[in-house]
Write a new protein. Sequence first.
Length: 79
Amino acid sequence: MNKVVFPEQYNIFIIKAKQDIALVHEVIGNNNVAPEIMLFHIQQCVEKLIKVLFSFNSVRFPKTHDLDELVELAQEQEN
């Protein structure tokens, strides 16, 4: 069975993850930005990086922001 890689989706997720973490680096230590805003973008970065792995490995994944659900799906792929 041929593996189908989705390079466009893979690259988009990497670019967006880099943007999320770059934003955190820009505002870290800035008292005008609430910690939960930075944590939100860290969560978004992690979510996108998990989706990079799914895309690279041709794994279909649900449209979700739930990290627990995504990690569970990743663990299922190990079996």
